[in-house]
Design a protein around this ligand. Structure first.
Ligand code: NAD
Ligand code: IPM
Ligand code: MN
Length: 354
């Protein structure tokens, strides 16, 4: 029996509702593969902030470091400014552990209706690879004349050749590994941003030259948004900067039917540090506490964690169980047009897992 230590940060809002079913699925599939998950729960987030004035304790990173992976629900509370909650928990973890590749698959499951007319199951099958440690999220800047009429805010994006190169290379390797359309689309805005995005484009082309068997495409981010709607079936791997990748990943979740199906992994591909697995969605305060949040994004995120921990077979079993529940068409939370609860959907996945 192998034991894997998983740090768990359920966080805020629906994060606390999707993580327990996610853990149950991991435990169930682990049992079948002789793996025990030692979950270490950390009650960090808005509640911690209310009590201690910070989202996580000072030594948090040191506590997470020895774990095999981090499983996170969501962060954000309507009564605390988002720049405090997110810069106090999620974003520093991504940076501290150099989780530079944020991998966000978007697959239209058979049995799920896309808001785009006429799309069949399986037809949308793309992965966004989002740069996750620099770019527009570098958090370099400050205020001048704060709270005065002359107030100035400076927020500087930071793009490094090393940062672009490694994430673009990851995207190409993923296209090769997926062995599907073998196409990488680069998201740019070099028509307006004449420094950072010019470096992005040039670095993309350099990396691409080492992958002659992979087809490439470069799209301006505005046109890419339109093409996600018009020809979503044409995309395979999409590589984007931090902010562009963030925006496109909610759009991708939209076209596959729900935020409740969008999984994501913040990877340190070199395995120097623990990687972090969290659904794309946030704390969803509009539905929190009602027991109706879709747990499938968190469950599929768990499958991505299994894959990273070299449990490919277990990952496939979880994915297949989710696919079977969706294909049956009878068991779904309200975001997918059903009236089942979080618990009912989670129980159906566990049943399919056997
Ligand atoms: P959100 O993703 O929380 O919600 C957007 C919409 O999608 C809402 O209508 C919500 O009900 C719905 N939705 C999201 N996940 C769902 C699920 N699993 N099942 C069914 N419906 C679901 O985005 P938001 O409303 O812009 O942000 C809410 C808070 O979460 C903010 O504080 C934001 O900063 C934070 N946030 C955190 C993360 C994270 O921790 N990774 C990600 C995004 C947003
Ligand atoms: C996401 C979220 C975060 C991001 C926010 C909450 C800071 O939207 O994971 O997509 O922008 O990275
Ligand atoms: Mn986002």
């Amino acid at each position: 029996m192998k034991t894997l230590t998983i740090a768990v940060i359920a966080g805020d809002g629906v994060g606390t509702e999707v993580i327990p079913p996610g853990k149950r699925v991991l435990e169930a599939v682990g049992k079948k593969h002789n793996v025990t998950f030692a979950f270490q729960d950390f009650d960090w987030g808005a509640g911690h902030f209310a009590r201690w004035g910070r989202m996580m304790p000072a030594g948090a990173i040191d506590l997470l470091q020895p774990c095999d992976a981090i499983y996170l629900g969501a962060v954000g509370h309507p009564q605390i400014p988002d720049h405090i909650t997110l810069n106090g928990l999620l974003l520093p973890i991504r940076r501290a552990f150099d989780q530079y590749a944020n991998v966000r698959p978007a697959y239209l499951y058979p049995g799920v209706e896309s808001p785009l007319a006429g799309r069949r199951g399986g037809e949308i099958d793309l992965v966004i690879v989002r740069e996750n440690t620099e770019g527009e999220y570098a958090q370099i800047g400050g205020f001048l004349y704060q709270h005065q009429r002359e107030e100035v805010a400076i927020q500087t994006a930071v793009f490094t050749r090393r940062g672009i190169e490694r994430v673009v290379r990851f995207a190409f390797d993923l296209a090769v590994k997926r062995n599907k359309k073998k196409r990488v689309t680069s998201i740019t805005k070099s028509n307006a941003q004449g420094y950072s995005m010019v470096l992005w484009d040039r670095t993309f082309q350099e990396v691409a030259s080492h992958y002659p068997d992979v087809e490439t495409e470069s799209l301006l981010v505005d046109a890419a948004a339109m093409n996600f709607i018009r020809r979503p079936q044409s995309f395979d791997v999409v590589v984007a900067s931090n902010l562009f990748g963030d925006i496109l990943s909610d759009l991708a979740a939209g076209i596959i039917g729900s935020m409740g199906l969008a999984a994501s992994a913040n990877l340190d591909p070199e395995h120097r540090f623990p990687s972090m697995f969290e659904p794309v969605h946030g704390s969803a305060p509009d539905i929190a506490g009602k027991g109706v949040v879709n747990p499938l994004a968190a469950i599929l995120t768990g499958a991505m964690m299994l894959e990273h921990l070299e449990m490919q077979q277990a990952a496939q079993e979880v994915e297949a169980a989710v696919a079977a529940v969706l294909a049956s068409g009878t068991m779904r939370t309200p975001d997918l047009g059903g009236n089942n609860s979080t618990e009912e959907v989670a129980a159906a996945v566990l049943e399919k897992l056997g």
